[in-house]
Design a protein around this ligand. Sequence first.
Ligand code: UD1
Ligand code: CA
Length: 455
Amino acid sequence: MSLSIVILAAGKGTRMKSAMTKVMHELAGRPLVEHVIDTAQLLSPRTMAVVCGNGAEQVLPLLDAKGVSSIMQHEQHGTGHAVMQAISVFENSDQVLVLYGDVPLTQFSTLDSLINCGDSQSLRILTTELTDPTGYGRIVRDGADNVIRITEQKDADQQTLAIREVNSGIMVLPSKWLTSSLTKLNNNNAQGEYYLTDMVAMAVEDGLAINTVCCADNAEVAGVNTRQQLAELERHYQLLQANELMVNGVTLADPSRLDVRGKLQTGTDITVDVNVIFEGDVTIADNVDIGANCIIKDSIIGQGVTILPNSIIELSQVGDNVNIGPFARLRPGTVLSDDTKIGNFVEVKNANIGKGSKVNHLSYIGDTDMGSDVNIGAGTITCNYDGANKHRTTIGDNVFIGSDSQLIAPITVEAGATIGAGTTLRKDAPEQALTLTKSVQKTVIGWKRPVKVQK
Ligand code: UD1
Ligand code: CA
């Protein structure tokens, strides 16, 4: 049975109080509508489109990037009206699944069971039971428990308002029937809108079977209308990810203080302290310890690595048994070989650090190729930028650089060289020799310290 998917995302999202359209607000680092699109794509629909209206100019670049079509709904006259605009998307499919761009956490398995809870000629509704159903459309059933209609909050009488089973908004409908029946929708209701939910009573009239799947997890069908709801869903989502990590052998100091904004692949016996953020694609091998307040983005971390608190790692590759931090910053293009050490207040960028090399304190290593077993003294700076262009620094194996040295690139320090403390290196340093810039030390006898002027 061929399937089309229409994602409704033209609404305003007034209650977000934002210049950014609601469906572009992020949950776990991805716009709400992207969550919906990603899950929808798992269903391999024949066609799919997002209905855009308010803030379309903010949504369209994302759709382009993901290769998803859009349909414009220039004025928003309700969910039924939105689906009307999208007839061309689904008219040649057997059935159409309607999703909402602001309901991000519906699982593939839930949608799959919704689609399969009836044949392609039935109308299928994803419902859920809420202790407080305020605001939602109510699922109205007859004495034999058959669904007879959906009544919106604003159109409901007291008895209907007491119903706790609500419409998630997510529905599967037979395309041919929907295409012809949409023309019969009217807007004679409290909001003066064309309600998609009115299709239910119409389907009953036309003798279509109505099937429902009641979703046990409210979060899966929860819509985001306010920033509070966004934060609640974020925490819910993060807790699900934290649980999955723990199931897979990761120890979390506090599952409620972890954020995964992307794809995290983990080995076993990894421990993660509080307030760690993983972004983008991160892979971590076995036996890694990550201290509090670290941010790791788009990086690969080898086995047995220790990352001490407050370190930030981005687009970097870290070998086995490496020590990083505390307060280290690995910027894009950093490659640390096995057994290296990057200590506190060290920044590394676009640099290869060879096996066993150490940069322990307060240094900047940028645009550098460093050999193995190098020792970089505290406060060493690779001066990689001349104000216009970047230049590389090459450091051979077994080099020792004394503290507070500046290496003015392009420059090479050959293997086995020693650079004296406080050297400003402007020319290449030869191998196996001591190179230093000497400044004469003076002592001024009888020199007086300045004293504070009394006012
Ligand atoms: C809708 C349902 C309600 C359900 C609730 C679940 C209707 C009439 N009501 O109500 O039964 O319980 O969702 O959250 O369908 N949209 C458009 N174009 C429009 C109007 C809306 O694209 O003209 C989009 C919105 O961007 C949003 C979705 O449709 O993603 C739902 O619209 P919204 O106005 O939030 O509907 P509710 O009143 O919440
Ligand atoms: Ca809504």
